[in-house]
Design a protein around this ligand. Structure first.
Ligand SMILES: C[S@@+](CC[C@H](N)C(=O)[O-])C[C@H]1O[C@@H](n2cnc3c(N)ncnc32)[C@H](O)[C@@H]1O
Length: 218
């Protein structure tokens, strides 16, 4: 299990944390947790404020292919794939790679990129409809923190089942109380989050042996 920043090539988005904190209500949280149109393509107070393909995942896809030594014919699963941006880019940077996605959002899947039609499954990360050991690598970026702790553990066990030691998860975290405060002002959908040490304990409880990194809002 290694700490590795596979998203280092991703541009850092600008977040107006104060505006989000001022606007945030229980209704925003409830609506964003539906992962529907409001979350992806509604106003910024509900989530992304417009989730559109812009190619930013291409260098990340290259880094993922390199990290796992992926090649044509290997199978990769992206859990929490949303509209399939990373699925599309992984297929483009590694021709012949068999890439699939899974997401709980019917809205996101019905708005997916044309290149990934038929490759995305509707489902939940804690119950993956695939055989043991069936993927060369499993990814889950910015998704697992949407469960409570018991759900995170179920999901990590599922990831481990599909690709033992061949996975990468990135989750919400913080290193300092100040960063925690910023995170809590911003967060809408996450239910479980912690300092890295807390996450490492959850990984241990789940028997997760893949790699990991943290999304930290600064
Ligand atoms: C913050 S977005 C991350 C999207 C993409 N992975 C990224 O990093 O840009 C979280 C995604 O997780 C999905 N999601 C939330 N709960 C889920 C669950 N239980 N199982 C699978 N996907 C889930 C949401 O629909 C959404 O697409």
């Amino acid at each position: 299990m290694a700490e590795v920043n596979l998203l280092s090539a991703l541009p850092r988005g600008k977040r107006n944390v104060t505006a989000r904190a001022d606007a945030k209500t229980e209704e925003h949280i409830r609506t964003s947790r539906e992962f529907g149109e409001m979350y992806f393509d509604g106003p910024r107070e509900y989530g992304y404020g417009g989730y559109r393909y812009d190619g930013r995942w291409v260098p990340v896809a290259r880094d993922i292919v390199k990290h796992f030594g992926l090649k044509a014919g290997d199978r990769v699963l992206d859990i929490g794939c949303a509209k399939g941006f990373l699925v599309k880019d992984l297929m483009n940077v590694c021709p012949g790679l068999e890439v699939f996605g899974l997401d709980i959002s019917r809205y996101a899947l019905t708005k997916c990129e044309p290149e990934v039609v038929g490759r995305l499954h509707l489902g939940s990360a804690d119950s993956l409809p695939f055989p043991d050991g069936s993927f060369s690598a499993v990814l889950s970026l910015n998704t697992l923190h949407n469960f409570d702790e018991a759900g995170v553990i179920r999901a990590l066990k599922e990831i481990e089942r599909l690709a033992p030691g061949r996975a990468f998860v990135q989750v919400d975290s913080y290193h300092t109380p100040e960063q925690r405060e910023i995170f809590e002002s911003w967060v809408l959908t996450a239910r479980f989050y912690d300092y890295p040490a807390g996450w490492l304990e959850v990984f241990r409880k789940a028997g997760y042996t893949g790699d990991h990194y943290w999304t930290i809002i600064e």
